[in-house]
Ligand binder design. Structure first.
Ligand code: ZN
Length: 82
């Protein structure tokens, strides 16, 4: 299937938010995650642990909220091509 959607690597907090709408209790994180959504739109996360797009430990920043803390990264797609 052809798709021109953009693939991103995003952090656990962003995956949770885009999958369920739940935000972390931390206000600063909430702001970062919502800013990411504003920029990229709603994402389709692939939140399967151990799945093809899952990285258990990555030091690359989250491509949605920009968090630089190393940690799990999940694959997600934008709804439309950027
Ligand atoms: Zn994030």
């Amino acid at each position: 299937m052809e798709s021109d959607r953009t693939e991103l690597k995003i952090c656990e907090d962003c995956v949770l938010y885009h999958a369920t709408g739940d935000l972390p209790p931390d206000r600063d994180r909430e702001f970062e995650i919502l800013s990411g959504e504003e920029e990229l739109g709603r994402l389709d996360p692939d939140f399967e642990d151990g799945g093809e797009g899952y990285e258990e430990f990555s030091s690359n920043p989250c491509e949605a909220c920009g968090v630089k803390d190393p940690g799990s990264r999940y694959r997600a797609w934008t709804q439309e091509a950027l």
